[in-house]
Design a protein around this ligand. Structure first.
Ligand code: MF3
Ligand code: CO
Ligand code: CO
Length: 290
């Protein structure tokens, strides 16, 4: 299981040998899934106590930065000002903003307004105006550990449609989180999110997903936010990943703009997103960015 030898230290960090620690539990719970062809996580996705503590610390910092930045998000400020504040708060805390120079991304956070689904690039030309909705997505690296989160903000008087989209998207995130349970496939997360979106006539973005996070910015498993009906990876205690549903007022279709980053809704309608970094525990989950 997890490609772990019986005599190697157990993945849980107990210091005991695998054969005298979690091997029985893993075999009993995971073997049936493996036999049916479900992927199980490789051991590098099962984090030890020290790594989890590091990610938790990074997550607390990330949350505190977004809390602070949130106070400044209002009509008349530019997304570049948001970026510069995120950058300064991150550096002042001894951390690194993960987006900066990530695969060529030019700024320290993502700012996605109205019909932008995600990966909007902060710019001094983008000034927030009355009625806008915006997602601010930040990822910090503290002592080498990554934590990733995003929230929506409403500028001034926002339409009832936009308010509802933001609320339902948050409901999707929280329902997805509640579906996190060890020894269940990650596809459960997308199932519950898709149900809520369907009920409201919304589209669930398919081209972008949640992801393993912590030691790297993006890694396995892929967390689809839509119903897949495929055999997806089994959740195991001590895995860390994001859930970050992107929910569209209209269809789920999207396209990438000329800057090769900004993702737009194809129909020009609104999109919302909320993101948390989640730890799988022995009994369920823990939201680290809260
Ligand atoms: N924070 C985004 C996520 O949730 C990733 C942004 S990649 C960047 O996965 F390069 F655009 F920053
Ligand atoms: Co993410
Ligand atoms: Co993010």
């Amino acid at each position: 299981m997890f490609n772990l030898e019986r005599n190697e230290p157990c993945w849980c960090g107990s210091g005991k040998k695998y054969k005298s620690c979690h091997i029985r539990q893993d075999e009993e719970k995971l073997m049936p899934y493996q036999k049916q062809g479900y992927p199980v996580p490789n051991k590098n996705l099962i984090l030890n106590q020290k790594q989890i503590e590091g990610i938790e610390k990074s997550a607390k910092l990330t949350k505190s930065i977004l809390d602070e930045v949130g106070k400044y998000i209002k009509e008349g400020i530019s997304t570049l000002e948001i970026n510069d504040l995120v950058h300064k708060l991150t550096i002042d805390a001894g951390a690194i903003p993960a987006p900066l120079n990530y695969r060529g991304f030019p700024k320290s956070c993502c700012t996605s307004i109205n019909n932008v689904i995600c990966h909007g690039i902060p710019s001094k030309k983008d000034i927030l105006k009355d009625g806008d909705i915006i997602n601010v997505d930040i990822t910090s690296i503290l002592d080498g550990y990554y934590a990733d989160m995003s929230r929506m903000y409403m500028i001034g008087n926002v339409s009832d449609n936009a308010k509802k989209l933001i609320e339902v998207t948050k409901e999707c995130l929280m329902a997805g989180i509640e579906a996190v349970k060890p020894y269940e496939p990650v596809s459960k997360i997308g199932d519950v999110i898709n149900d809520i979106a369907d009920k409201n006539g919304y589209g669930v973005v398919r081209a972008l997903t949640g992801h393993g996070v912590g030691l790297k910015f993006h890694e396995e498993p892929n967390i689809n936010h839509f119903r897949t009906n495929t055999k997806s990876m089994i959740m195991v205690p001590n895995m860390v990943f994001t859930i970050e549903p992107m929910i569209n007022e209209g269809t789920y279709d999207c396209y990438v703009g000329d800057d090769n980053w900004t993702v737009y809704t194809k129909d020009g309608k609104l999109s919302a997103q909320w993101e948390h970094t989640i730890l799988v525990t022995e009994t369920g989950y823990k939201i680290l960015t809260e």
